[in-house]
Design a binder for this molecule. Structure first.
Ligand code: MG
Ligand code: ZN
Length: 224
């Protein structure tokens, strides 16, 4: 019983700080995307491709969440955008307080688009609001077409699903229809009743333009 009470109060406290973050983002006209997904789904690769494509038109910043190491943050930094690494010391998700702390290292007035790469995990990142404008999940073909069915909690709280590594569809016998049918109407999405599904390959760049258009459409409203 106590454990449940503690968990509930932790989440409540988290939501309060998430609301504070949201106000800071709004006041600074920053469009913030919480990028979630399993380890190896291609979250960092997607960010690198997105920075490459939009870095001229938008001032981009990145917060990297990892259990350990700064490996991904170094890749992002090499792409020439400001990046703050959060090492969670073992915690398997980011929370709003970690984001609030990380924000002190950015000049938000100079950021249009802020990407938060969450810890690789399809479970608890879905339960922690960070104050973001949009949530996405990157799911990749090698993980299998059953991920939306097995992790409904994640696929129900996102605004967009990026199915990555579609260059491997045939190799893995991946059924795209099965995958899509299990991405159910959310009701949580800020932008639509059902998450948008983008089929992409960060390797071949197929499908990325549709994702970039979505980002420009929703982000462009906020960043002025
Ligand atoms: Mg990564
Ligand atoms: Zn966790």
């Amino acid at each position: 019983m106590k454990v449940i009470e503690i968990a509930a109060s932790v989440l409540k406290g988290n939501d309060r700080i998430a609301d504070e973050n949201r106000i800071v983002f709004r006041d600074n006209h920053v469009f913030v995307v919480n990028v979630m997904g399993s380890p190896g789904a291609g979250k960092t690769s997607l960010l690198l491709k997105t920075i490459e494509a939009l870095g001229q038109g938008f001032n981009i910043g990145v917060i990297e969440g990892d259990i350990a190491t700064s490996h991904d943050a170094e890749l992002i930094q090499a792409a020439g955008v400001p990046v703050v690494q959060i090492n969670t010391q073992g915690a398997c998700h980011l929370d709003a307080m970690m984001i609030k702390t990380a924000l002190t290292h950015f000049d938000l007035a100079k950021i249009d688009l802020l990407f938060i790469e969450n810890v690789g995990n399809l479970v608890c990142p879905a339960g922690f609001r960070l104050g973001e404008s949009a949530r996405i999940v990157v799911s990749s073909v090698p993980e299998g077409d059953d991920k939306p069915k097995k992790y409904p909690g994640m696929f129900r709280v996102v605004d967009a699903v990026l199915l990555n590594k579609i260059d491997l569809l045939d190799v893995f016998g991946f059924n795209t229809n099965t995958f899509k049918e299990d991405v159910l109407p959310a009701g949580f999405s800020s932008f639509s009743s059902k998450p948008e599904i983008f089929e992409v390959s960060c390797k071949t760049e197929k499908g990325l333009s549709v994702w970039l258009d979505w980002l420009k459409k929703h982000g462009g409203v906020v960043c002025r």
